[in-house]
Design a protein. Sequence first.
Length: 302
Amino acid sequence: MTEFKPVPDFALGPDIPESTGYAVTDLGGDAYVVTQGMINTMFLVTRKGVVLVDASPFLGDKLLEAIESVTPKPLTHLIYSHAHADHIGAAHLLNRDGLKIIAHEITGDLIKEAKDDRRPLPTETFSGRHQELDIDGVRFVLDYTRDWHVAGNLFIHLPEQRLMTAVDSFTPKSAPFFRLYFSAHVPAYYDAMDELLEYDYDTIVTGHMALPGTREDVADNREFIRDLRTAAAEALRTVDLREAAAAAKVPHNNRQAELKVWMDAVVTRAEELMPSWDERLAGTDIFLRDNLNAVAWSVFID
């Protein structure tokens, strides 16, 4: 049985009441984050209604209950951060006449291609890199910089609330999930951490686990993934393919096996070179080899 390090107190987040299955935290400026422990998202109460980012099946119909625990105002707008079902797969539970669903046009195309009734098509899309919306007097800035997670992924900035939402960008107080959140292009993922620090905000909501984050958390994740890249680059420089293949007794005509054992050896060496982050991030042991594998291949081919 695999044993994992315990989650440190600094990464635990709020207790989730069994009676509700979710927790709501007031972020100030009429903005709130709601989580059930694995997934989180945010909503904003405006003069006329509620603007929600994403609708995860992990929260399901609890989303409306969470909103109603704060305000009787109706849900008027739903913004899709990106197309993945783990974040918007409960949107069908919220869809009703008059609900505006906003997304990048690429996200709309991906949902249409998926033919998933749980993810209603957006009613409003935009193209290009930048869109600003005025929703009941609140300014929403939607930016599509690059495919740091998946095509169409958005940075959602509320300047007056000093709030940022960047779903699946990183996890505050924790190491990255599997293969840097399945990043579509690893160099773009590195750039995204720099880009996030160019915005003006105090709080960032990133879509997973129970905690919102801060600019310092973005900087910590940036430093951690730079350590991944440094370790991977040094391992690539020092681990020889032929030596690794010979040590594993790979037949000379099995080129795929040679690559496999070589990269495994690169990852093992990079793991040895990584400085300890246990005092700063949770989960450093869970996906370290997966992340080093993604980073090493990227350093090798990108």
